[in-house]
Design a protein around this ligand. Structure first.
Ligand SMILES: Cc1cc2nc3c(=O)[nH]c(=O)nc-3n(C[C@H](O)[C@H](O)[C@H](O)COP(=O)(O)OP(=O)(O)OC[C@H]3O[C@@H](n4cnc5c(N)ncnc54)[C@H](O)[C@@H]3O)c2cc1C
Length: 377
C-alpha cells in the first residue's frame, strides 16, 4: 500500500530546465494547476517567467485530487445565483465551460469527457437537484435528469443530474504536461525550491499560486484562504466497471469514479471528523480512511484491496468564490487560489485570468474574485 497519490505515482520524464538569466518579468510561486497555467499563459504572451515549487510539479493538491473536471464553481448554480445574481452566475459558468474546452485541448489522454453525475442522498438533496436542473435549463445550459444509476447505488441515491460536458482527469499527468509546455515556451521552472519572501525573487511581479498550502507570502490574506484536508483511496483495478462517470453527492462530501484501469478512486467523508480536517497537515487519518474503506466495500459487496491512500490540502473560502487579483496593499504581488475544493478547471482558468490581469487586461470576473473582500469581510 502506498501513501503517494495514485496520480503522482505514474512514471514520467524529468522536466527539462531552461535557465533564465537576469530579472524575470514575473515569478510564479506554486507548481500546480494554477501556477503552471499562469506561467504558460505569460510565457506565450512573451514575458520572461520563472516558476518556483517547494516540492515537485503537481506535488500539491493538483496531483492529489479526485480528478473531477467540472464546470461552474464550488457552490451549486442556484446557490451562487442567490448570492451574486443570475447574470453573473451564468457568465461565470459560461467562462468555466470555455476554459474546460481549452483544458481538454491541451490535456490529450489526461482528460476523458465522461460527463459528471451530481447525485442526491435524500429527499432534500433531490429537491436541490430539481432546482439546479430548472435554473440551468432556463439559462440555456446543457443538463439532464439521470434516471438510471449504476446497480450498486440505485437504492441508496434517489436521483441524479448529469452535467454532460464535464469529465475526469489524470490530474498529475495533465499538470506535468502544462509544465512541459511552459518550459517549451521559455519558463524557468525550479522544483524543490521553497520561496521565503517575494523580495528574494527580484521579479517585476510575483504571483502566489499556492491555494490551500500556507505559503507565508500573502500578508493580510494569509490564513483567510483556509487550509482544508481531503483524503482519498484508490483500490486495486476492478473488473466491474460501474463508475466511469465521476459521481458526487451529499453536497460534495462523497465523490468517486473508476480510473481508466478500473481502480475505484474514492474521496471525501470529511464530515466524519469535520473540525479535524481544517488543517494543513498532509496526512491520512484512521477515522476518514475507515469511512472510505467501508464505502468501497458497500459499493462492491466485498472488501477491495486498497493500493493507495493519500491526503491533500485545498483552500476554502467562505463565499465559495476564487480569490484572484492584487494582494491588498501590494503593488506587485498577486494571488490566484481559494477554489474551495473545486480547483481543477477553476485553477486552470484563474491562472490564465491572473496572467491577463498582470498584463493590464481587465475582466469583469476580477471584480467578483477581488482579494480585498476577504480582508473587509
Ligand atoms: C483531496 C482533494 C480532492 C480534490 N478533488 C478535486 C476534484 O475532484 N476536482 C476539483 O476541481 N478540485 C479538487 N480539489 C481541489 C483542487 O485539487 C485544487 O483546488 C487545485 O489543485 C489547486 O491547484 P493550485 O495549483 O492552485 O494549488 P496546488 O496544486 O495545491 O499547488 C500549490 C503548490 O504550492 C507549493 N507551495 C506552497 N508554498 C510554497 C512556497 N512558499 N514556495 C514554493 N512553493 C510553495 C506547494 O508545494 C504546492 O505544490 C481537491 C483537493 C483535494 C486536496
Amino acid at each position: 500500500m502506498s501513501t503517494t497519490s495514485y496520480w503522482l505515482s505514474e512514471p514520467h520524464e524529468p522536466l527539462r530546465r531552461v535557465e533564465l538569466t537576469g530579472r524575470p518579468d514575473v515569478a510564479v510561486v506554486g507548481g500546480g494547476m494554477t501556477g503552471c497555467s499562469c506561467a504558460l499563459a505569460l510565457a506565450e504572451a512573451g514575458l520572461r517567467v520563472r516558476l518556483y515549487e517547494a516540492r515537485e510539479i503537481a506535488g500539491g493538491a493538483s496531483g492529489r485530487n479526485g480528478g473531477f473536471a467540472l464546470r461552474g464553481g464550488a457552490a451549486p448554480y442556484p446557490v451562487l445565483a442567490e448570492a451574486i445574481g443570475r447574470d453573473r452566475t451564468a457568465a461565470l459558468w459560461r467562462w468555466t465551460e470555455t476554459e474546460l474546452d481549452r483544458l481538454a485541448e491541451l490535456a490529450g489522454d489526461a482528460f476523458r469527457r465522461t460527463g459528471s453525475l451530481r447525485i442526491a442522498a435524500d429527499g432534500e438533496e433531490r429537491l436541490e437537484l430539481e432546482q439546479e436542473l430548472a435554473a440551468l435549463r432556463e439559462d440555456g445550459f446543457a443538463v439532464e435528469w439521470a434516471d438510471e444509476l449504476a446497480p450498486p447505488i440505485r437504492e441508496r441515491y434517489p436521483a441524479a443530474i448529469l452535467h454532460p460536458e464535464d469529465g475526469v482527469l489524470q490530474p498529475a499527468r495533465l499538470v506535468r504536461g502544462l509544465a512541459s509546455r511552459a518550459v517549451q515556451a521559455g519558463v524557468d521552472i525550479r522544483e524543490h525550491t521553497r520561496v521565503e519572501s517575494p523580495t528574494d525573487l527580484e521579479a517585476e511581479q510575483v504571483v502566489v499560486a499556492t491555494d490551500g498550502y500556507p505559503s507565508g507570502l500573502l500578508g493580510a490574506l494569509e490564513g483567510l484562504i483556509v487550509p482544508t484536508r481531503g483524503q482519498i483511496i484508490a483500490t486495486e483495478p476492478l473488473d466491474e466497471r460501474f463508475f466511469e462517470t465521476p459521481h458526487y453527492g451529499r453536497h460534495g462530501f462523497d465523490y468517486w469514479h473508476q480510473a481508466a484501469d478500473g481502480r475505484l478512486v474514492a474521496g471525501g467523508f470529511r464530515d466524519v471528523s469535520l473540525q479535524d480536517e481544517f488543517t494543513a497537515e498532509e496526512v491520512t487519518t484512521p477515522a476518514v480512511q475507515t469511512a472510505l474503506d467501508e464505502f468501497a466495500e458497500s459499493l462492491f459487496g466485498r472488501k477491495p484491496r486498497i493500493d493507495f491512500r493519500w491526503a491533500g490540502i485545498f483552500g476554502l473560502v467562505l463565499d465559495f468564490l476564487p480569490v484572484v487579483g492584487r494582494v491588498p496593499g501590494e503593488e506587485t504581488l498577486w494571488v490566484a487560489g481559494g477554489y474551495s475544493g473545486h480547483g481543477n478547471v477553476l485553477g486552470f482558468a484563474c491562472g490564465r485570468l491572473v496572467a491577463k490581469a498582470i498584463q493590464g487586461q481587465p475582466d469583469p470576473l476580477l471584480d467578483l474574485f477581488e482579494p480585498s473582500r476577504l480582508v473587509l469581510a
